[in-house]
Structures are given as C-alpha cells and as structure tokens.
Design a protein around this ligand. Structure first.
Ligand code: CP
Length: 303
C-alpha cells in the first residue's frame, strides 16, 4: 500500500504519470465521473484549510466517490484526549483513503504506520505539503512547458513554509533548475534543506531584496508570512509586510514570468496584480482539483 507523506515518495516518472492523468481529467472530466463510485475519502483536518480540504472533497465527488470527515480537531474525539494513531486506526475502518492535515511535523507519517488505507499528507506543520507541490508542478509545466532549466524565486516565509520545502525537494530533481531564495534573515530556508541542495551541487542564492532579482526569474513563488507559526506576535508584526508584490515590481519582471502562490494570501500580493496575465495563482487553485483526482485514482489503483 502506497502513502504520500513526502513528495520524494514518488519518483519523477510517477509524478509525471499523475500530472499526465490530471491533464487528461481536466480535458475530459466526464470520462472519469463514475470511476471511484462506492469508494470513500476521509478528510481529517486538524488545522484550518479552504483549498486543500475542499479540493480533495471536490476531487472525490467528481470521480463518483463519497466523502466524510471533520474540519476541526475540536469536533472530533481528539478533544476528549484520543491519540492521533487511535483516530487514524478508527477512521481507516470507515473509508478507502485518508487526506490528513496536522499542525505537528511527522503526524501523517505516524498515522501511516497504523492506517489500513493510504494516507495523504495534506500539510504537516511547517514541514511538507506534497499535494500542493503536485499542484505547483502541474501549473509550472502547463505555463512554461517544462520543469527543467528554470530559475525559481521563492519569496516570503521560507522557514515555516511547508509548500516551499516540498517544492524545492521536487524541483531540485530537474536539471538546470536554480533557486533564488528571497527572505528576511529570520525566515531563511532551514539549514537541512540548504545542505541538501549544496550536497547535490544544485545552485541557489539567498537574497533579501525582491527588486534586485525580479528580472532574473522564470517563476516567482510568493508565500504568506504565517502568523500561526510565530511564538511572538511582535516578530510577526515586524516581518509580515516585508514583501509586497505590486504592479511597479511586476514592471521589472520578464514578460514570460509566472507568479504562483499556494494561497491564502494576506498582503503579500496587491490585488491589482491579479489582472496581470503572468499571475497564475487562481489557475493553480483550479489545477489542484484535477491533480488530486489523479492522485486519488493512482493511490487507489495501487491498493
Ligand atoms: N494552499 C493551501 O494549503 O491552502 P489551504 O490552507 O486553504 O488548504
């Protein structure tokens, strides 16, 4: 039985098969409408979510399956003190596949040891978010026509940004990819991620100024400074508006730049940028539904 806990659980070839299937599903969704009839997806979300939970539910319903689950920990027996592993063991008796988000790093991995069905990590703390990465890869491949030979800028909260860590892990497997890591010193990419890049000779630079590098980028991946990950509110207030992408900064970028954001956004992208055809974060949202349809299909096939 396969789980998806970390994007590296899938080979590059397996990822491409999922992206190809997602493209086919988006082109002809009616062909897949009944393919998971009788199967049940459980969504166990111990942290807030709009896109990930609802896109998983939309994906399973679009395949003819059913969904059950909870959106907050306090509406489950976790509030009575039940352990995570007992919850997973229980829920896996009621469904065929589980998508799970949890504030603790490693919680989906721990859950996978006790589950009778495939577990999908829908975000674990500040660690990983592999299904967002599948969405990001689908978007980059569609927009740029390739996943190799790209200069990828990642901007904002690179320390706690789980989408950033998973995207670096995925994109660093393609030749010719170079990373430009744009953050204040307090929110730098964790050392374990940087040392992994250095060990494999993958080029990266760390900078503080977004303006300085705008003209170099093929992809700009903006992220939110995440209030919920800070221990100290004063630090959050000091750092939250460090980077605001606006129409003036977009003038410095290449005509073929693509701006992605996993969303939700707060202030880091001005709403006027939404009108720029290079801003593709709402296309990214749409892609998330099809890539999760493809992922559910592949994991259930393997079972
Ligand atoms: N991108 C993402 O994970 O969004 P949600 O927190 O709304 O699920």
């Amino acid at each position: 039985m396969r789980h998806l806990i970390d994007i590296k659980d899938f080979s590059v070839e397996e990822i491409h098969r999922i992206l190809d299937l997602a493209d086919q599903m988006q082109a002809a969704p009616e062909r897949y409408r009944e393919t998971q009839r009788g199967r049940i997806l459980a969504t166990l979300f111990f942290e807030p979510s709009t896109r990930t939970r609802l896109s998983f539910e939309s994906a399973m319903l679009s395949l003819g399956g059913s969904v059950l689950g909870f959106a907050t920990a306090d509406s489950s027996s976790t509030a009575k003190g039940e352990s995570l592993t007992d919850t997973i063991r229980t829920v896996s008796c009621y469904c065929d596949i589980i998508a799970m988000r949890h504030p603790k790093e490693g919680a989906p991995l721990a859950g996978s040891f006790k589950s009778e069905v495939p577990i999908i990590n829908a975000g674990d703390g500040g660690h990983n978010h592999p299904t967002q990465t599948l969405t990001d890869l689908m978007t980059i491949r569609r927009e740029k026509g390739r996943l190799d030979s790209l200069t990828v800028g990642l901007c904002g909260d690179l320390k706690f940004g789980r989408t950033v860590h998973s995207l670096i892990a995925a994109m660093s497997r393609y030749p010719g990819v170079r990373f430009v890591l744009i953050s204040p010193p307090e929110l730098r990419v964790p050392e374990y991620v940087l040392s992994g890049l250095a060990a494999r000779g993958i080029p990266y630079e760390e900078v503080e100024s977004m303006e300085q590098v705008m003209g170099d980028l093929d992809i700009l991946y903006m992220t939110r400074v995440q209030k919920e990950r800070f221990f100290n509110e004063a630090d959050y207030i000091r750092l939250k508006d460090t980077y605001i992408l606006d129409t003036d900064k977009m003038k410095k970028a290449r005509p073929d730049l693509r701006v992605l954001h996993p969303l939700p956004r707060v202030n880091e992208i001005a709403v006027q940028v939404d009108l720029d055809p290079r801003a593709v974060y709402f296309k990214q949202v749409k892609n998330g539904r099809y890539v999760r349809m493809a992922l559910i299909t592949r994991l259930l096939e393997e079972r």
